[in-house]
Design a protein around this ligand. Structure first.
Ligand code: URA
Ligand code: URA
Length: 195
Protein backbone atom coordinates (compact mmCIF):
# COMPACT_ATOMS: atom_id res chain seq x y z
CA UNK A 1 0.00 0.00 0.00
CA UNK A 2 1.36 3.44 -0.89
CA UNK A 3 1.74 6.12 1.78
CA UNK A 4 -1.32 8.15 0.75
CA UNK A 5 -3.54 5.07 0.86
CA UNK A 6 -2.05 4.00 4.19
CA UNK A 7 -2.78 7.46 5.63
CA UNK A 8 -6.34 7.34 4.35
CA UNK A 9 -6.78 3.86 5.80
CA UNK A 10 -5.67 5.04 9.20
CA UNK A 11 -8.22 7.86 9.09
CA UNK A 12 -11.07 5.66 7.90
CA UNK A 13 -10.37 3.02 10.53
CA UNK A 14 -10.82 5.66 13.24
CA UNK A 15 -14.05 7.07 11.75
CA UNK A 16 -16.95 7.82 14.07
CA UNK A 17 -18.96 10.03 11.75
CA UNK A 18 -22.16 7.97 11.89
CA UNK A 19 -24.12 5.61 14.10
CA UNK A 20 -22.82 2.52 12.30
CA UNK A 21 -19.59 2.96 14.25
CA UNK A 22 -21.28 1.92 17.49
CA UNK A 23 -21.95 -1.74 16.70
CA UNK A 24 -19.18 -2.57 14.28
CA UNK A 25 -16.35 -5.02 14.92
CA UNK A 26 -14.30 -3.68 12.04
CA UNK A 27 -14.25 -0.80 9.61
CA UNK A 28 -13.93 -2.40 6.19
CA UNK A 29 -11.61 -0.05 4.35
CA UNK A 30 -11.43 -2.06 1.13
CA UNK A 31 -8.59 -3.91 -0.53
CA UNK A 32 -6.79 -4.53 -3.76
CA UNK A 33 -4.09 -2.84 -5.76
CA UNK A 34 -3.46 0.87 -5.12
CA UNK A 35 -3.39 1.88 -8.77
CA UNK A 36 -5.97 -0.60 -10.07
CA UNK A 37 -7.50 -0.10 -13.50
CA UNK A 38 -10.83 -1.17 -12.04
CA UNK A 39 -12.48 -0.05 -8.81
CA UNK A 40 -15.41 -2.20 -7.69
CA UNK A 41 -18.06 -0.65 -5.45
CA UNK A 42 -20.40 -2.80 -3.38
CA UNK A 43 -23.13 -1.81 -0.93
CA UNK A 44 -21.96 -2.41 2.62
CA UNK A 45 -20.07 -4.98 4.64
CA UNK A 46 -22.13 -7.91 5.89
CA UNK A 47 -21.64 -10.19 8.86
CA UNK A 48 -18.63 -12.09 7.51
CA UNK A 49 -16.91 -8.89 6.45
CA UNK A 50 -17.55 -7.26 9.83
CA UNK A 51 -15.93 -10.25 11.53
CA UNK A 52 -12.91 -10.45 9.20
CA UNK A 53 -12.37 -6.78 8.41
CA UNK A 54 -12.19 -7.43 4.67
CA UNK A 55 -14.68 -6.74 1.85
CA UNK A 56 -16.59 -9.49 0.10
CA UNK A 57 -15.39 -12.53 2.04
CA UNK A 58 -18.81 -14.22 2.47
CA UNK A 59 -20.83 -16.11 -0.14
CA UNK A 60 -21.26 -13.03 -2.33
CA UNK A 61 -17.53 -12.46 -2.18
CA UNK A 62 -16.75 -16.01 -3.18
CA UNK A 63 -18.98 -15.63 -6.22
CA UNK A 64 -17.42 -12.26 -7.04
CA UNK A 65 -13.95 -13.81 -6.90
CA UNK A 66 -15.08 -16.58 -9.27
CA UNK A 67 -16.44 -14.05 -11.76
CA UNK A 68 -13.27 -11.95 -11.52
CA UNK A 69 -11.12 -15.05 -12.01
CA UNK A 70 -13.05 -15.92 -15.17
CA UNK A 71 -12.17 -12.42 -16.39
CA UNK A 72 -8.50 -13.01 -15.52
CA UNK A 73 -8.69 -10.53 -12.65
CA UNK A 74 -7.43 -10.94 -9.09
CA UNK A 75 -7.72 -8.71 -6.05
CA UNK A 76 -3.97 -8.43 -5.73
CA UNK A 77 -3.20 -7.49 -9.33
CA UNK A 78 -6.14 -5.86 -11.10
CA UNK A 79 -8.87 -4.39 -8.91
CA UNK A 80 -9.58 -2.42 -5.78
CA UNK A 81 -12.76 -3.40 -3.94
CA UNK A 82 -14.69 -1.00 -1.75
CA UNK A 83 -18.22 -0.28 -0.59
CA UNK A 84 -20.65 2.64 -0.34
CA UNK A 85 -20.39 2.42 3.45
CA UNK A 86 -17.44 1.01 5.35
CA UNK A 87 -19.29 -0.35 8.41
CA UNK A 88 -21.96 -3.03 8.60
CA UNK A 89 -25.54 -1.80 8.92
CA UNK A 90 -27.54 -3.73 11.53
CA UNK A 91 -29.33 -6.80 10.08
CA UNK A 92 -27.65 -5.98 6.75
CA UNK A 93 -30.25 -3.33 5.98
CA UNK A 94 -29.56 -1.00 3.08
CA UNK A 95 -27.47 2.00 4.20
CA UNK A 96 -29.61 5.11 4.65
CA UNK A 97 -29.03 8.10 2.36
CA UNK A 98 -27.54 9.90 5.34
CA UNK A 99 -25.10 7.07 6.15
CA UNK A 100 -24.11 6.88 2.50
CA UNK A 101 -23.59 10.64 2.32
CA UNK A 102 -21.50 10.77 5.49
CA UNK A 103 -19.30 7.90 4.25
CA UNK A 104 -19.02 9.11 0.64
CA UNK A 105 -15.93 11.32 1.14
CA UNK A 106 -13.93 8.18 2.02
CA UNK A 107 -14.97 6.48 -1.20
CA UNK A 108 -14.32 9.62 -3.24
CA UNK A 109 -10.82 9.82 -1.80
CA UNK A 110 -10.23 6.16 -2.65
CA UNK A 111 -11.36 6.77 -6.23
CA UNK A 112 -9.03 9.77 -6.44
CA UNK A 113 -6.05 7.79 -5.11
CA UNK A 114 -6.63 4.62 -7.14
CA UNK A 115 -7.51 6.67 -10.22
CA UNK A 116 -9.23 3.75 -11.97
CA UNK A 117 -10.27 3.82 -15.62
CA UNK A 118 -13.35 1.73 -14.89
CA UNK A 119 -15.82 1.67 -12.00
CA UNK A 120 -17.95 -1.45 -11.53
CA UNK A 121 -21.09 -0.74 -9.50
CA UNK A 122 -22.42 -3.87 -7.82
CA UNK A 123 -26.19 -3.73 -7.54
CA UNK A 124 -28.94 -1.22 -6.96
CA UNK A 125 -27.49 0.49 -3.88
CA UNK A 126 -24.10 1.29 -5.41
CA UNK A 127 -25.83 2.48 -8.59
CA UNK A 128 -28.29 4.78 -6.78
CA UNK A 129 -25.78 6.27 -4.37
CA UNK A 130 -23.16 6.87 -7.07
CA UNK A 131 -25.38 7.93 -9.97
CA UNK A 132 -28.63 9.15 -8.38
CA UNK A 133 -31.83 7.74 -6.85
CA UNK A 134 -33.67 7.59 -10.17
CA UNK A 135 -31.28 4.95 -11.53
CA UNK A 136 -32.48 1.36 -11.91
CA UNK A 137 -30.16 -1.63 -11.96
CA UNK A 138 -32.52 -3.86 -13.94
CA UNK A 139 -32.74 -1.25 -16.69
CA UNK A 140 -29.14 -0.05 -16.72
CA UNK A 141 -26.95 -3.07 -16.02
CA UNK A 142 -24.57 -3.87 -18.83
CA UNK A 143 -24.70 -0.31 -20.21
CA UNK A 144 -21.66 1.93 -19.97
CA UNK A 145 -22.21 5.24 -18.21
CA UNK A 146 -19.80 7.96 -17.12
CA UNK A 147 -19.13 9.41 -13.72
CA UNK A 148 -16.69 12.31 -13.55
CA UNK A 149 -14.87 11.27 -16.69
CA UNK A 150 -14.62 7.64 -15.65
CA UNK A 151 -16.42 4.75 -17.27
CA UNK A 152 -19.02 3.05 -15.12
CA UNK A 153 -20.43 -0.43 -15.60
CA UNK A 154 -23.44 -1.25 -13.42
CA UNK A 155 -23.92 -4.98 -12.87
CA UNK A 156 -26.14 -7.12 -10.66
CA UNK A 157 -24.88 -7.59 -7.12
CA UNK A 158 -23.47 -11.10 -6.58
CA UNK A 159 -26.11 -11.59 -3.85
CA UNK A 160 -28.77 -11.07 -6.51
CA UNK A 161 -27.10 -13.78 -8.62
CA UNK A 162 -27.17 -16.14 -5.66
CA UNK A 163 -30.90 -15.48 -5.16
CA UNK A 164 -31.69 -15.78 -8.86
CA UNK A 165 -29.07 -17.76 -10.84
CA UNK A 166 -30.91 -17.02 -14.08
CA UNK A 167 -29.34 -13.53 -13.90
CA UNK A 168 -25.86 -15.01 -14.28
CA UNK A 169 -26.02 -15.31 -18.05
CA UNK A 170 -26.67 -11.60 -18.63
CA UNK A 171 -24.14 -10.71 -15.96
CA UNK A 172 -21.40 -12.65 -17.71
CA UNK A 173 -22.03 -10.57 -20.85
CA UNK A 174 -21.62 -7.43 -18.72
CA UNK A 175 -18.27 -8.56 -17.30
CA UNK A 176 -17.07 -9.49 -20.78
CA UNK A 177 -17.61 -5.84 -21.75
CA UNK A 178 -15.40 -4.88 -18.82
CA UNK A 179 -12.62 -7.21 -20.00
CA UNK A 180 -12.75 -5.77 -23.53
CA UNK A 181 -12.63 -2.22 -22.15
CA UNK A 182 -9.79 -3.16 -19.79
CA UNK A 183 -7.76 -4.32 -22.81
CA UNK A 184 -8.60 -1.08 -24.59
CA UNK A 185 -7.77 1.28 -21.73
CA UNK A 186 -5.40 -0.49 -19.36
CA UNK A 187 -3.58 -3.47 -20.79
CA UNK A 188 -3.99 -4.76 -24.36
CA UNK A 189 -2.19 -7.94 -23.34
CA UNK A 190 -4.60 -8.77 -20.52
CA UNK A 191 -5.15 -12.52 -20.49
CA UNK A 192 -8.38 -14.25 -19.66
CA UNK A 193 -8.96 -17.90 -20.45
CA UNK A 194 -12.65 -17.23 -21.11
CA UNK A 195 -12.88 -13.84 -22.81
N1 URA B 1 -21.89 -7.24 0.06
C1 URA B 1 -21.43 -6.02 -0.21
O1 URA B 1 -22.10 -5.21 -0.85
N2 URA B 1 -20.21 -5.69 0.23
C2 URA B 1 -19.43 -6.53 0.91
O2 URA B 1 -18.31 -6.15 1.27
C3 URA B 1 -19.93 -7.80 1.19
C4 URA B 1 -21.16 -8.14 0.75
N1 URA C 1 -31.78 -5.80 -6.73
C1 URA C 1 -30.65 -5.37 -6.10
O1 URA C 1 -30.69 -4.79 -5.04
N2 URA C 1 -29.48 -5.61 -6.68
C2 URA C 1 -29.37 -6.25 -7.85
O2 URA C 1 -28.26 -6.42 -8.30
C3 URA C 1 -30.56 -6.68 -8.49
C4 URA C 1 -31.74 -6.44 -7.91
Amino acid sequence: MNAAMADLRKEVLACNRCNLAEKRNHVIFGEGIDNAGILIIGEAPGRDEDIEGRPFVGLSGQLLDKILAACGFTRSQHVFISNIVKCRPPENRVPTPQEAAVCMPWLLKQIELVDPKILILLGATALKYMMGPEHRITRERGNWQTWQNRLVMPVYHPAALLRDPSLKQDTWEDYKKVVFKYRELVNPEHYSAHV
